[in-house]
Every structure is written in C-alpha cells, then in structure tokens.
Write a protein that binds this ligand. Structure first.
Ligand code: ACO
Length: 277
C-alpha cells in the first residue's frame, strides 16, 4: 500500500452531527491499532474535512473498547521491515502528517475523545489534538519499553510537552499503565468523566468551540503551538504581528463587532461568553 486513497470507510468512519465530525478509528478487533489503511484514510479524511462545512470541530475517537492500541506491530512495523526504504519512509511520513505534523496546525479545532486503551503511538495524536477528554476508566501506557523499543516517532517529545518531566520519565521508564482520572490529574488530558458521560461532555465542549469565531479560534490555537518554542522577545513580536494579521483577515470583523456589541449596544458581556455572530 503506497498511495493515498481518496475514499475512506474501511478503517475509519466519519459521522456529522451539529457541526461536529466524529472520526472513529474502526478496527475494534485489533484494538484500533494503527495500520497503513488507517494512515492513508486519516490523511484523506483530514483533506476532506478541512473544506467540509459540516465539520466545525473534529473529534477523534475509537470504536469499541479502545481509543487506539498504538502502532500496529504486525502491519505497520513488521510488514514494512523489508519493503524498499523509500516506501517505508513514505508511509512513516504520512503517519507523522495525520498524527502530529498536520494535526497540530489543523485549521479546525480538534478533540481527542479517549474512550479506552491508549498506548504508544496513540499518544502522538492524543497530544496532536488541541484538547482531550478521557473516560475515567480509559487505560493509558507508554508500553514501548515493554516491547524493547523506545517511544520514538514523536512520542517522547509529545509526552514531555504535556506531562511533567518526572511523570514523563516515570511512565516512559516503567511502562506502567495509568487511568483516565490520573491522566486528568497529570493534565495529559483536560478532564476525565464517567464512561457514560464521555460523548455528551465531548459534544458540549465541541459546541462551545462552535460558538466562537472560527477564524480567530484557528489563529489562537496556531499561536499557542508556535509561541511555545519562542523566546519572550520573539513571542512578543510574533503575537502582535499575528494579532494584526487576525484583525486584517478576519472575515467576520469579530473584534469590531464584539466591541460594538459591548460598548455601544451593551448587548453582551465578553467576560461571560462570545459575541453574537
Ligand atoms: N499491534 C498489532 N496488533 C495488536 C496491537 C498492536 N499494537 N494491539 C492489539 N493487537 C491485536 C492483537 O494481536 C490481537 O490480535 P488477534 O485477535 O489476531 O490475536 C487483537 O488485537 C486483540 O488483542 P488482545 O491482546 O487479545 O486484546 P486484550 O483486550 O486482551 O488487550 C491490549 C488489549 C492491552 C491493548 C493488548 O492488545 C496490548 O497490549 N496491545 C499492545 C499495546 C501496545 O503496547 N501498543 C504500543 C505499541 S508500540 C508503538 O505504538 C510505537
């Protein structure tokens, strides 16, 4: 498998509902381990959703009892050990694209809804997504050490970006599992909720995002990603330039509409919610 399909549905499904695109990894028997089929389909889906009006927020989740058991050791690793290196690199590049390179700067907001097992490579798109909500009983693990490998791809970096240094070292070195509740305490996910509330809580969060100016939301999340690696001086310069760009390009002219609704009409209080769009 070396070319990207234009269609999906064999390994990943997409449902639209109230502006939310529910993107579900659908290999429940293999615990949604990431095989090449998922890689090509996720890239095709991200291409399509970028310009699909039905998608205002993308939620990534897994079918059945798993979020994702990480990379498919059989189909993604062992099966590609002997293919020409250029083909393997193409696959790995496509995987990095959907899991983090593109995901981090995706023009629409993204949420990981962690419904169950979450191991190894799954941390890449868990962290690649802007926000994450987990079921309290989801089970997470950086199990690479148990396989005799290190958390590669971008897993180690992803974990260091979101967990404390001690937590990252601890779970990378021990391979111990932790649950959704612990993941929320460590701030690896935004919050953990009871399993039967997971979808509703995720929907609520997505609906909150849908109420905001979509262009400004995109600018804000992109600025977060870039500012992290900048010095204070660079960040000060970049953020002011980004702010000017936002004002200049915002098709809704949100800044002035919001200001007018607050200062002139006195019809909303920005401290308590978004302006009327
Ligand atoms: N790669 C390939 N196949 C997998 C993977 C995986 N990562 N995870 C599960 N499967 C397959 C199993 O081989 C099994 O296949 P089979 O039905 O053909 O025998 C099937 O999924 C079900 O797996 P079980 O182990 O029987 O399911 P169980 O519910 O008992 O356990 C669990 C689930 C804990 C997720 C277990 O499957 C597991 O430990 N998987 C590996 C998780 C892991 O370490 N992932 C990180 C990989 S390293 C990386 O991503 C870079």
């Amino acid at each position: 498998e070396s070319t990207e399909p234009r269609k999906w549905g064999d390994y990943v499904t997409v449902e639209f509902d109230e502006g939310i695109a529910w993107v579900t990894l659908n290999r429940p028997k293999q615990r949604n381990a990431i095989n090449p089929g998922i890689v090509w389909e996720m890239n095709a889906i991200m291409d399509a959703l970028e310009e699909d009006e039905r998608c205002r927020v993308m939620v990534v989740t897994g079918a059945g009892e798993s979020f994702s058991a990480g990379m498919d050791l059989k189909e993604y690793f062992r099966a590609t050990d002997k293919v020409p290196p250029i083909q393997r690199e193409r696959l790995f590049r496509a995987n990095a694209a959907w899991q983090w390179r593109r995901m981090m700067y995706y023009p629409k907001p993204t949420i990981s809804m962690v419904n169950g097992w979450c191991f190894g490579g799954a941390f890449q798109f868990l962290v690649g997504c802007d926000l994450a909500i987990a079921s309290e009983d989801a089970v997470f693990g950086l199990s690479e050490i148990n396989w005799g490998i290190i958390p590669a791809g971008i897993v180690t970096k992803s974990v260091l970006e979101t967990m404390s240094f001690r937590d990252a070292m601890y779970y990378i070195m021990t391979g111990e599992t932790f649950n959704g509740k612990q993941a929320a305490e460590m701030k690896l996910v935004n919050k953990a909720v009871a399993p039967d509330e997971l979808r509703e809580e995720t929907r609520k969060l997505a609906r909150t995002l849908i109420g905001k100016n979509p262009f400004v939301l995109r600018q804000a999340k992109t600025a977060c990603r870039f500012t992290r690696d900048m010095s204070w001086e660079q960040a000060g310069e970049y953020l002011m330039a980004k702010s000017d760009q936002t004002e200049l390009r915002d098709p809704e002219n949100g800044r002035n509409v919001g200001m007018s609704q607050f200062l002139d009409e006195k019809s909303f209080r920005p401290g308590l919610g978004a302006y009327r769009r």
